[in-house]
Ligand binder design. Structure first.
Ligand SMILES: NC(=O)c1ccc[n+]([C@@H]2O[C@H](COP(=O)([O-])OP(=O)(O)OC[C@H]3O[C@@H](n4cnc5c(N)ncnc54)[C@H](OP(=O)(O)O)[C@@H]3O)[C@@H](O)[C@H]2O)c1
Length: 297
């Protein structure tokens, strides 16, 4: 039986697919845990780069013990939020919390050596379901006696500087979360993937929590200026007031809506991450917001 395999859970997602790509570029043996319902275009892309598919679902422990046979390292970027969310079926409680705990426990039983978990920055720390699930899973992993790495990235620039959250620079319209003046450590998901892959062999990742940001801490308004320069356009800036975000957080019934409002409030509050020490141990070149903005020019 092969014992050097890496299992990537979340491989059809943004971060997980990039992790698979980097692992295959290093010629490592990679298995992807994919759901029966996964998009065949996405699974086809994985197969094309030499990833072996294994069917499984975090909500179904039996599928996990099968998938974990012979696996040395697990990397997970699974989340139900936002694209895989199906309330009462595939949601924060059943996937991000209970499902992730299933994956940790099954990994322990299967004799996995190293578990690499994608959480989020310690500064994203208000009381909302996704944050509560992430912190509970982190503790469970730390108490599991598995060798662990907890990746805690800040905001992905590809999402938080996009129209999906009101930052529509190409169409010259941005709505900041709150006044937009507090610094954030925007990071590219592609750089998070580099840290995930590097964590397999870097001793500094063993039993470590890695707070991951980009090369600079920038406010939302700083990011607007950078896009204005890159696109040579004037961007109209509005804002989602703090009070509105707070009342959405207080009033939302649905755990995903509550979590989105909570995340937006956290973004308004800022998320500063200093990368100096981590970069002295991990040779990762970080993408800047300026480079990202120029990709739209
Ligand atoms: N976006 C940000 O700014 C940010 C910042 C910090 C941390 N993060 C974290 O980064 C991680 C990766 O984010 P992403 O953007 O790559 O997410 P994504 O694109 O939405 O991918 C989520 C993945 O989870 C899988 N999944 C969902 N339910 C599952 C289940 N029951 N069993 C097995 N797999 C399941 C999905 O598979 P299907 O294709 O089958 O649905 C998909 O592969 C998440 O944990 C997120 O919280 C994100």
């Amino acid at each position: 039986m092969e014992t050097s395999s890496v299992l990537v859970a979340g491989a059809t997602g943004l971060l997980g697919s990039e992790i698979c790509r980097l692992l295959r570029a290093k010629n490592l043996s990679v298995k992807a845990l994919v759901r029966a319902t996964a998009d065949p275009v996405k699974t086809g892309e994985l197969v094309k780069i030499g990833v072996q598919l294994v069917q499984g679902d975090l909500r179904d422990k039996e599928t996990l013990s099968q998938a974990l046979q012979g696996i040395k390292t697990v990397i997970t970027s699974v989340s139900s939020m936002p694209f895989s969310y199906n309330p009462g079926e595939n949601d924060i409680q059943s996937v991000d919390e209970d499902g992730m705990i299933n994956l940790i426990d099954s990994s322990k039983s299967a004799g996995v050596g190293h578990f690499i978990y994608t959480s989020f920055s310690k500064n994203l720390d208000l009381d909302f379901p996704l944050r509560n699930a992430k912190r509970k899973v982190e503790k469970h992993l730390q108490n599991s006696r598995l060798t662990y790495t907890i990746l805690r990235p800040g905001c992905f620039m590809e999402l938080w500087l996009s129209a999906a959250v009101g930052f529509d620079a190409p169409n010259e319209k941005v709505n900041t979360c709150g006044p937009g003046a507090n610094p954030l450590a925007y990071i590219s998901y592609k750089d998070v993937a580099k840290f995930a892959v590097e964590s397999i062999s870097n001793p500094a990742a063993k039993n470590a929590v890695l707070e991951l940001g980009g090369p600079q801490n920038l406010s939302q308004l700083d990011a607007v200026k950078i896009f204005e320069e890159a696109l040579d356009k004037k961007i109209e800036v509005g804002q989602m007031p703090i009070e509105a975000l707070q009342s959405q957080l207080d009033g939302a019934e649905d755990p995903m809506q509550k979590s989105f409002s909570g995340l937006m409030l956290c973004v308004a509050n800022g998320d500063r991450i200093d990368m100096k020490e981590i970069l002295s141990k991990f040779p990762v070149e970080l993408t800047s917001v300026k480079e990202f903005a120029h990709s739209f020019a």
